[in-house]
Design a protein around this ligand. Structure first.
Ligand code: GLA
Length: 389
């Protein structure tokens, strides 16, 4: 049997909602995960990135209760929680922090004092860089808006999601994942400019090659990783540059010549070197995709990996091994670590005729070194957020 479609998931969770909550008046929102073709760690540096939604989703179903209590059921964790609004800031496991955080920021924004029944389920692997948490935020915040009959302003959803990440999870993240989950169009990667929060779509119609997502199975926990350290390093680098410059330069205005002002700060130099070169790679990738230049796409991906591994230092031994083994295989155009880093997935572009043998060789050589099997995820590109009823 193939993987569940978006409609399969909606029907399954709506049936489950009706039987669990004995309630037929509800709102449903289903938000996809994403991959990121290029532009890593550029979002919180107000740069450029090019993600697209994939056919894995988180679905949230919400109805209004007669009292002001909140009942939440997670199908993935098979756990039900019953609580009142003043318990939303309790310390708890990560998935609940996301859910409680969304409800809290939503009721605070609109001054709401009613209760909800909520069901959440989905098929995005958790903690492997395909953005399950952002999809949860987007779907839950959207279904809460619908249930309360509040017009959904997608920029407000981005803002509220970011508040959840910062205030409830302690992650200083950008909005790459949520942006892709909301605004994606089928088969059209989005080129996002985070300095203006605007986007355009890229015509990508490559032939004869496929994108593969290789899951290293190394689970990353952003809050405990060095993600915030990278955010702080970039802000510090900007301060150093501005201290030696009369102008008040913005991070997205940095050019290669500014790097000389960081020559006494080797770590900060590397971080900003990555950011400047990665933003350039996003624009190069747009051209390469539009020209269907598979070799150039591969070169850009490989350069991005080196930059993320050596300059930005967000890779890990398992991911570096995946790229190293891949580079020896026929039909491999290029690949790189994807997402926040410190584990998670790689994105690789591989010639269709070599795909099966590529996967076989990669999994087997990796297993010889690390004694476990990688998972190669087959993903299709899809639309962003869908609201039902
Ligand atoms: C994570 C964060 C995003 C982004 C990426 C790196 O996925 O949630 O905001 O910073 O890492 O590009």
């Amino acid at each position: 049997m193939g993987r569940a479609t978006k409609n399969d998931l909606i029907i399954k969770y709506q049936n489950e909602f009706e039987s669990r909550f004995k309630d037929k008046t509800y709102c449903t929102a289903i938000a996809p995960g994403r991959i990121n073709i290029i532009g890593e760690h550029t979002d919180y540096n107000l740069g450029l990135a090019m993600p697209i939604a994939i056919d894995r989703w988180i679905c949230s179903i919400v109805s209004i209760r007669k009292d002001n209590k909140i009942r939440i059921y997670s199908t993935n964790f098979d756990e039900q929680i019953f609580l009142s609004i003043d318990q939303l800031d309790e310390q708890t496991e990560n998935w609940k922090k996301y859910v409680f955080g969304c409800i809290q920021v939503f009721i605070n924004k609109y001054n709401i004092n009613i209760g909800f029944n909520i069901l959440i389920g989905g098929n995005i692997p958790i903690g492997f860089g395909m953005s399950s948490s952002a999809s949860l935020e987007v779907s839950l915040l959207s279904s809460l808006h619908s249930a309360c009959k509040i017009h959904i302003d997608y920029h407000a959803v981005l803002e509220l999601s970011n508040k959840v990440e910062k205030e409830f999870l302690g992650i200083q993240s950008g909005v790459l994942d949520q942006y892709a989950s909301i605004f994606s169009k089928k088969n059209k990667p989005i080129l996002i400019d985070f300095s203006s929060l605007t986007h355009t779509y890229v015509n990508s119609n490559i032939r004869g090659a496929s994108w593969l997502i290789v899951n290293s199975m190394v689970q990353r926990v952003l809050a405990e990783s060095k993600y915030n350290e990278r955010v702080n390093e970039c802000q510090l680098a900007l301060k150093v540059i501005n201290a030696s410059n009369e102008k008040n330069i913005k991070i997205y205005e940095l050019k290669k010549y500014h790097l000389k002002q960081l020559k006494d700060y080797p770590i900060l130099y590397k971080r900003i070197h990555h950011i400047i070169s990665e933003n350039n790679r996003v624009m190069l990738m747009k051209q390469a995709l539009e020209n269907r230049d598979l070799d150039l796409i591969g070169v850009i991906l490989n350069e991005s990996h080196v930059s993320l591994s050596k300059d930005y230092q967000v890779s890990c031994v398992e991911i570096d091994a995946i790229i190293q083994i891949s580079r020896k295989q026929k039909g491999f155009y290029g690949g790189r670590i994807m997402g926040g880093g410190f584990g998670g997935c790689c994105i690789c572009l591989v010639k269709n005729s070599q795909k099966s043998i590529f996967i076989e060789n990669l999994v087997s050589e990796f297993n010889q070194r690390f004694s476990y099997d990688l998972k190669v995820e087959n993903v299709n590109f899809t639309h962003g957020l869908t609201l039902v009823n």
